[in-house]
Design a protein around this ligand. Sequence first.
Ligand code: AMP
Ligand code: ZN
Ligand code: FE
Ligand code: FE
Length: 287
Amino acid sequence: MFADLHLHTCFSDGTFTPEEVAERGSRLGLVAMALTDHDTVEGCERMAAACKERGIESASGIELTAEREGCEVHLLGYFVDVRCPKLLAETRRFQSVRQSRIFEMVANLNRLGIPLRAEQVFELANCRSPGRPHVGRALVQDGYCETLDEAFDRFLKKHRPAWVPKFKISAFDAMDLVHNADGLAVMAHPGLNRSDDFIPMLVEHGLDGIECYHSKHTPSMTARYLQIAAQYGLLVTGGSDCHGFSKGKPLIGAAKVPAVRWRKLKEAWENRRKKQSTAQTVDGVSR
Ligand code: AMP
Ligand code: ZN
Ligand code: FE
Ligand code: FE
């Protein structure tokens, strides 16, 4: 009995629709799933409906690229209210930064003599939250690179000639945004970022959980973060970070997240909601 709580769709840089993700999860026998597209919650309502139809539990989710002291930290938000006006306004802002960054990366490629057009990338991306994988796919499509990996290695990776730094909000602001939308804030794939030193301060700021299971975590990384989660009393989450066919074969189900971790996450959110509504009632009566 496993869950997959880190999944991307065509609303950002994955290739599957929410329905395709739900269908694949159902075939794998997953008990719960959550979409965590980059800077958008557009797919969440369709995912919830598609999961419900198949008898699978789900949570709305999002992945935000944040930073702390110059170091990249990815934050996941679970059970966020997908209609929260502040969340929608902020994600719109992040999306427009992503779109400008595509123009800048394409301009860099043009300077290198590659006549790619930004419109091509937008057409291929067909979403509001485009990213480097879409530029890479356009380079492969037009025959400038054999594979997406080659596109990243030659042009798109950090400090490669077409790379453009990405605007990132602070990790604290990202957590506040998630909490403001009634969600739980979780640190994503800590094993892939050199961000362990920040864990205590994020916990201090109200971090709810940490992604211990991830398709790119080694068993020793998973063990390490499970131990850190226990030490700080954090919730444990996990997921494959599947992008469909964007990075080769679909990874959905590849991080074996025990169902009990999903249940604890859901319980924590329900308890938080109860506490909040009690506080609001008390507040209402006292006024
Ligand atoms: P961006 O948000 O535009 O900076 O792009 C980040 C996305 O690119 C993430 O989903 C990464 O997993 C993906 N990515 C990073 N390196 C590679 C690579 N070598 N091949 C394919 N995708 C990659
Ligand atoms: Zn991605
Ligand atoms: Fe990430
Ligand atoms: Fe991701």
